[in-house]
Design a protein around this ligand. Structure first.
Ligand SMILES: Cc1cc2nc3c(=O)[nH]c(=O)nc-3n(C[C@H](O)[C@H](O)[C@H](O)COP(=O)(O)OP(=O)(O)OC[C@H]3O[C@@H](n4cnc5c(N)ncnc54)[C@H](O)[C@@H]3O)c2cc1C
Length: 368
């Protein structure tokens, strides 16, 4: 075999997994069809679980220094403000970050490029899997100079919701929810802040949720999650619709008078919630390839990185002969599901309508 592990996809799940396997001393080939630095369609809010993994990768300080840490979770719901300090078991991780993917993914990519056991190919699109006696043993990819192939003991798909591995291997879905919402986002400069410290602002209005998060490069991410029924009209004139929506938010609109939009308004109305069977003979899936959630809860990065960390430990046990394949991977499967279950169910359920959640939040504080 050419490598211990081939990983397809080099963003949050794939880079994290490659770094951890490299740290364990395994030989890794990391392939991505993109060339980095590279952006992707995604907002980028993450919390202690991702920070914990970045710390394990030796990348936390660099990630943390790129954007203002948000230390207060602030929500405006039906005329009420709820404001709480960010909690985490570890005192030094009591903040959220919001870092554009072109920045975050580049930090991780540069970190993985320093890992001596990891070889990287950019602009390399995996087209086919090599299989022998029912087991995946390698990949074939296309790049500028033609086709190439390599073999490994394990091939991992960290290749997102349109996963090529999943298309070829067709693992069954363990759960699936239809698309319920859409999201649009852009970047502002000059929004008047709520306070001197950075707040993670959530403005709830009916079944819409608007996010205002300070991000890297002195920008503010402004995103809105809407019911999918609004997608077809929103996508016809996203800028006008976003402006009209922001003007309707009482604690945001007055703070926009000197602010300007400095980027295109982008969006998606096709993100489902699903969990796929995450492994089979010689292969595994991680990140969005394995589990995707509606972006309203902003949890994809926390889950992709945490699952990558669990998968790295399971693969290490297999690659060092401490566990047989089935035992190691069934452990990854069980632990990933146990870690994600509550958030995955909550995200999928409330994607249909956020109002039961906001009503419950107000009732809990005797505000209704
Ligand atoms: C609109 C939107 C908003 C979101 N907002 C948030 C948020 O605020 N917070 C949050 O935590 N999550 C958010 N998410 C979810 C988040 O983007 C994902 O959970 C996260 O990107 C998953 O990371 P990943 O590494 O698994 O996959 P991806 O980031 O999708 O990376 C997959 C990589 O695989 C590569 N690839 C794919 N196919 C091949 C192939 N055949 N050969 C080679 N390379 C290939 C791609 O080029 C890509 O670089 C949002 C998603 C969307 C769509």
């Amino acid at each position: 075999m050419d490598y211990d592990v081939i990983i397809v996809g080099a963003r949050v799940a794939g880079s994290a997994l490659a770094i951890l396997l490299g740290q364990y001393g395994h030989r890794v080939l990391l392939l991505d069809k993109a060339r980095f630095p590279s952006d992707t369609l995604s907002t980028h809010f993450f919390r202690a679980p991702a920070l914990r993994v970045f710390e394990r990768l030796g990348a936390l300080e660099e990630v943390k220094s790129a954007a203002p840490p948000m230390t207060v979770m602030w929500s405006y719901i039906d005329g009420h403000v709820i404001s709480d300090p960010v909690e985490a078991p570890e005192e030094h991780l009591r903040y959220f970050l919001c870092e554009r993917r072109i920045t975050l993914d580049w930090i991780l990519f540069q970190r993985v490029a320093r890992e001596p056991n990891v070889e990287i190919r950019q602009g390399a699109q995996v087209r086919e899997l090599i299989q022998l006696d029912g087991r995946v043993t390698g990949v074939r990819w296309s790049e500028a100079d033609g086709f190439n192939e390599a073999t490994a003991r394990v091939v991992v798909g960290a290749d997102g919701i349109y996963s090529t591995l999943a298309k070829i291997l067709e693992p069954s879905f363990e759960s699936q929810f239809p698309v319920r919402r859409c999201m649009y986002y852009t970047y502002f400069q000059g929004i008047e802040p709520l306070d001197e410290v950075a707040f993670a602002e959530h403005h709830f209005a009916g079944d819409t949720l608007t996010y205002v998060f300070p991000t890297d490069a002195d920008l503010t991410l402004v995103a809105v999650s809407l019911p999918i029924s609004e997608f077809s009209s929103f996508k016809k004139e996203p800028l006008q619709r976003l402006r009209a929506h922001l003007d309707s938010l009482p604690l945001l609109a007055p703070r926009l008078s000197k602010a300007e939009i400095v980027a295109e308004v982008k969006g998606a109305g096709n993100i489902p919630c699903y969990q796929r069977v995450p492994y089979g003979a010689g292969w595994a899936l991680v990140g969005d390839a394995q589990q995707a959630m509606d972006p309203w809860s902003g949890m994809g990065i926390d889950h992709a990185t945490t699952h990558a960390s669990l998968l790295a430990d399971s693969l290490h046990r297999f690659l060092t002969d401490a566990s047989a394949w089935e035992a190691a991977m069934s452990d990854y499967h069980t632990q990933a599901r146990a870690w994600s279950e509550k958030t995955y169910r909550r995200t999928s359920t409330y994607a249909a309508d956020l109002r039961p959640m906001t009503r419950a939040a107000l009732q809990k504080r005797s505000l209704r």
